[in-house]
Design a protein around this ligand. Structure first.
Ligand code: TXA
Ligand code: MG
Length: 315
């Protein structure tokens, strides 16, 4: 792939401590040089993100992350081998080279190797890790197109690289490696089933205590402006309410009488539903309705991550 002048501009901006909108296969990121604290601070300020919420650093391959991590547990190596480049983030002990701002002072750093060809090209050419949270204002819906990044962050971002719509559509799965064994901190683009096929049983972090170790996992997140309620398949929404509401569905059923409706995947494909989730939420949020009803998906495969996002959007 040829990326030309935009890539050169992106490299110059990053070197100068500025931010760049970056496509990845999961969602668009707001990238800055992870080793320049002022550049990282700019990310927090543009996103209006609290400093207690640490950032993921990205590199083109595992070798590019090696200088920043002190130790790779065996299980981390196995999942990295199986799923990188791809939608997986690992929490590993950090070297002091990584500014405290990146990790909110934690002794661990979140690391990921994204698969998107444009992200790969930029990371390879830049040669240093990029810190990149999702390119939305704090707590809002993650962007899956370049246009959505501009809508979220506008003029504050001097350049958004356009890599087309994201092919996964959900943020990366985050896994930590405490003594108790591989632990899921955030459900995401790699399913628990797929992880377990590679490393055996994966623990689910308990919300209060352990998820506090991933401070970004606040109960309210990924939120549209319109109030959202999650409903079970087949749960009835009274007709008068439908006329003022939107419906986000799943599967072959047809939602009748709503002011607006989208179907994440009529054919019940989890991958298709993941790709559509944030784009459809954004569209329904703009539909001028009083409430969005979203149908809960089966709690398996990527359905788990999608339900997690819906629950946080509803909080
Ligand atoms: O797919 C993704 O992961 C996207 C793309 C751009 O790579 N990035 C992303 O970043 O979703 P962000 O900042 O929106 O979410 C990162 C999550 C937050 O919940 C944060 O709390 C957690 O990762 N995290 C980061 N560093 C951590 C650490 N050292 N320990 C525990 N959790 C951490
Ligand atoms: Mg985010």
């Amino acid at each position: 792939m040829e990326f030309g002048p935009d890539l050169d501009r992106a490299l110059a901006l990053l070197r100068a401590g500025n931010v760049v909108g970056l496509p990845t296969e999961t969602v668009y990121g707001l990238a800055a040089d992870a080793l320049q604290p002022e550049a990282v601070a700019r990310i927090f300020s543009i996103k209006q993100r609290p400093f207690f919420d640490p950032l993921i650093i990205h590199a083109a391959d595992r070798a590019g992350l090696a200088p920043y991590v002190t130790h790779w547990p065996e299980a981390a190596l196995r999942v990295a081998e199986a799923f990188w480049p791809g939608p997986l983030t690992l929490i590993l002990p950090k070297r002091p080279l990584i500014p405290d701002l990146v990790t909110s002072g934690l002794p661990f750093v979140a690391v990921r190797v994204p698969a998107h060809p444009l992200a790969q090209a930029l990371l390879r050419a830049y040669g240093r890790p990029l810190a990149a949270p999702s390119a939305n204002r704090f707590g809002r819906i993650s962007p899956t197109t370049a246009a959505a990044v501009r809508e979220e962050l506008g003029e504050a971002v001097p350049l958004v690289l356009d890599g087309g719509p994201c092919l996964v559509g959900l943020e990366s799965t985050i896994v930590a490696f405490p003594d108790a064994g591989p632990t899921l901190l955030r459900a995401g683009g790699i399913s628990v089933e797929a992880l377990e096929a590679v490393v055996g049983p994966v623990r689910l972090a308990k919300r209060e205590a352990e998820a506090a170790a991933a401070p970004g996992q606040l109960p309210q997140h990924y939120a549209p402006r319109t109030p959202l309620r999650v409903v079970a398949a087949g749960e009835d929404v009274p007709a008068p309410e439908r006329a003022r509401a939107a419906f986000l569905g799943w599967g072959p059923g047809v939602a009748e009488g709503f002011a607006a409706a989208r179907n994440l995947s009529p054919a019940e494909s989890f991958a298709e539903a993941a790709v559509n989730l944030f784009a459809f939420l954004r569209e329904l949020d703009g539909a001028g309705v009083e409430r969005i009803y979203a149908q809960r998906l089966p709690e398996r495969d990527l359905g788990r991550a999608i339900n997690d996002r819906l629950a946080r959007a509803a909080h």
